[in-house]
Design a protein around this ligand. Structure first.
Ligand SMILES: Nc1nc2c(ncn2[C@@H]2O[C@H](COP(=O)(O)OP(=O)(O)OP(=O)(O)O)[C@@H](O)[C@H]2O)c(=O)[nH]1
Ligand SMILES: [Mg+2]
Length: 213
């Protein structure tokens, strides 16, 4: 009797542990303005009806890590639960004068720059929590940037599985092939998070990524 109670107790603890593990922390990382929040919102909206955060054409709109837990995705009969973690854009140089070009007042621009700098630090800190990461890149821009290479190098060093998203394929300048050529060892999927283009292939790759986690 006592043995049975203990056995049940142990079983419950173990199943609880595995249940907990089944929620995968999926981070969205990348340079500012690439469309991380737009993509995280799109996924969240598809499966929960809610969004994660605000999107803006002004860089560094996301300045604090924001997340949504227990996002259950049911794709082609397979179910996975994610914690979607949207992070501030990572940049090597944050200059408040760049924000003033968007008609922002000097004081607001300075505040935004300070918060954005702290945001970069937080984004890097949160890497410790990630089971897998989606690196969102603007496919209309040069992929061989210091920021892209630093982020991906960091993920490799931490052995965190990576999927690269070449976003904004709805724009004529987008060049997915160039992104693929820059990162030949990785899965690269071209999408438009804004227009919801190629989301089937996105989910396919995201599930493949989750398997590696
Ligand atoms: N044309 C086009 N625009 C997009 C796409 N995805 C995002 N955008 C636009 O790009 C801008 C930046 O989008 P966000 O989602 O805020 O980008 P982010 O990577 O979260 O940016 P930060 O929070 O500043 O790091 C916004 O004006 C979006 O509407 C896309 O697929 N196509
Ligand atoms: Mg954002």
């Amino acid at each position: 009797m006592v043995i049975k109670i203990i056995a049940n107790f142990v079983r419950r603890i173990f199943s609880g542990m595995f249940k907990g593990k089944r929620e995968l922390s999926l981070g969205f990382y990348g340079p500012p303005n690439a469309g991380k929040t737009t993509l995280a919102n799109k996924i969240c909206k598809d499966w929960t009806g809610e969004e994660i955060g605000k999107v803006s054409k002004i860089p560094h709109e996301t300045r604090a890590v924001q997340f949504k837990e227990k996002v259950e995705i049911d794709f082609k009969g397979k179910k996975l639960t994610f914690k979607l973690v949207d992070t501030p854009g990572i940049a090597t140089k944050i200059d408040y004068e760049d924000f003033m070009k968007f008609k922002m007042k000097k004081r607001d621009a300075q505040k935004r720059a300070k918060q954005a700098t702290q945001g970069v630090v937080d984004a890097i800190k949160w890497l410790d929590d990630m089971d897998a990461v989606i690196v969102v890149i603007d496919a209309t821009k040069n992929p061989y940037s210091q920021v892209n290479i630093t982020i991906i190098g960091n993920l490799v060093a931490r052995k965190i599985p990576v999927l690269i998203i070449a976003n904004k394929v709805d724009l004529r300048k987008a060049d997915v092939k160039k992104v693929e050529a820059a990162f030949p060892e990785y899965d690269v999927v071209g999408i438009s998070a804004k227009k919801g283009k190629n989301m089937e292939e996105f989910y396919e790759s995201a599930f493949r990524l989750a398997k590696k986690a």
